[in-house]
Design a protein around this ligand. Sequence first.
Ligand code: BGC
Length: 724
Amino acid sequence: MSAQEIENKVKILMAQMTLEEKVGQMTQVDFTVIGVPKEQNAEDQIDPVKLEDAVVKHHVGSILNTTFTPDNKAQSIDTWRKMTSTVQDAAAKTRLKIPVIYGIDAIHGATYTQNSVLFPQAINMAATFNADLAFKEGEITAREVRASGLQWNFSTVMDIGRQPLWPRLWETFGEDVHLATVMGTSYIKGHQGDDFSAVNKAPTCLKHYVGYSYPLNGKDRTPAWIGERALREYFLPTFAAGINAGSPTVMVNSAEVDGIPGHANHHYLTTILRGELGFKGFTVSDWEDIKRLYTRDKMAASEKEAVKIAVMAGIDMSMVPFDFSFYDLLIELVKTGEVPLSRIDEAVSRILTVKYQAGLFEPKPLLDIAENFATAEAIATNRQAARESIVLAKNDHNILPLKKDANILVTGPTANLLSALNGGWTITWQGAAEHLYPQEKLTVLAAIQNKAGGKVTFVGGESFDAKIDLQKVVEEAKNHDVILLSLGEQPYTETVGNIESLNLGQAQVDLAQAALATGKPVILLTLGGRPRIITQISELASGVILGFLPGMEGGEAIADILFGDYNPNGKLPISYPRNTNGIVPYDYKPIESFEINTYNPLYPFGHGLSYTTFETSGLKVEKDKVKLGENVIVTVTIKNTGTITGKEAVLVYINDVAASVTRPNKQLKAFKKVELNPGQSQALSFTLTPHDLSFIGVDLKRIVEPGDFKVLVGNETVGFTVIK
Ligand code: BGC
């Protein structure tokens, strides 16, 4: 349907709608509102009376989440198809037959559909520096979401991960704006295609607009102090790019920036989002966050006032999520004239437009499961993504790859858990329900056992917290050539994952010390969503692999790398801190490396080793003087100088030598990943646009200032000058 046709249809529909029907469209409820009580453990999980109350009586426009019966966990694809069609049948019984849009957190694949393809989490996808993989993840996820009868994905996270304590760091594409922009928009394009009404495509949701990811104290849902220049420089660009890539929905920051809760911020939600970024879709609140303007933030004196503030600030849909309070209160507010009907009409027409764009008014038969769900090809893509997402950080004396017949002692709390590979938003919200994971997938231990020709012994427990017998580790070490020490974190999502320190727990430190004291070479593997401090362990370990959350094929991917069946090429999308307070991003300001200050991470942004070696050379800019507004062409040659085939991402940074606002020492502006045989080289060309040279000036507007710039690639630097 053309934009014009949709506009006409929306107008015709709106003209027939009552106030109640309109406000219902703005209401989103959780599955529990239509579900049978948890205790009943019923076969049919939707309560028809409750469903009718929500959809027919309260006209709700959207439902989210999975069933809480018997647990809030993944359902079979058949159950989902049945449940979502029951919901649409109820919508078809309403006077105007407006379909419900069913939303789900398909964060690294279809989280809540059993046996879906669950990719590496976003922090890992960023480490691949491979936009094509993000695109494919988007395609596969959309297909599996739609095959489940679901219609809207609360992904992708466009927050920038510059606060490593934050328990949602792993949901981001890391600390760099350019990398996150490329990976996020590639995902969106794969997920939506050119037309997300297609039966294998679905709308995405940019979240959490804006500034959510940078809490001052590192805890989820606590205040960020971000000035408007920093907001525009670091936090808005990914959202702007996501909007340009066509994402039609935006979820709002659940916390606050500079004293104003995300859900009350008219300046962000309306002036900037609509006025500047030109967003035409609809905004949805985050979980219960309109109520919380009253219950938590004390910004409103009543829940009713909270509804008024949020709707007037620019929220179009409320994730209420457990009742109809938003619906009741908003109707009252319109009736008393406190919220103008025009604001309701604006919100509802945006929601209906997206429903038309998503093809919900003309439903097509669902995708064939066998051809579209968990296909062998999708699983192979997932394994490739996992392989490219793993960072080899240290490899002393080429301890890796291991010989196939090496005798390996495997120990550590994350070695034998699928949950430790996947993290949150896996089968359940928290991702920690190990017993629900698919039996056929391999943990790190199982994957090593599968491949190894030598002896593999495991000293560890059944769960993350199980006590590991240190004496046994020491004893067993004597009979093995090498120790694989698998440390890290157990899964968590959101506030549940708040921590006080990036230090590892004492039990893990003790285990590491015991392993290192044996004198056998130790390969440290870390799994988890945040860079926990491993400085001392890494110094004594012979090899270090940073696995983060490589997803369902992560165990196999790690074993592929350990034994050299795959040549690693992941690169860090964050700076890995040396100490718990050593939190300095790679694009630090000059003052952060002045006098005694230094950028001194354990491993810098972009770090990642290979089993071969690469060299870049011949870095050039096409012209050493460019006019304001012109592009800059950069060329460089990359060569595989080692003995095996490998992939390498070439990263192009710039530095604005002197400017009226302090500029980062360097900032990533382009990258390309290539695969080269031993001895092979390839010439690469990059185009830097005026936007790449720009920054947010003194008056908060984006500008390019004439003057000198540097381009940095590998060990080389070249300069050019921007002239008027
Ligand atoms: C999270 C969102 C998520 C929503 C719906 C919230 O608590 O912050 O990221 O999309 O729940 O599950």
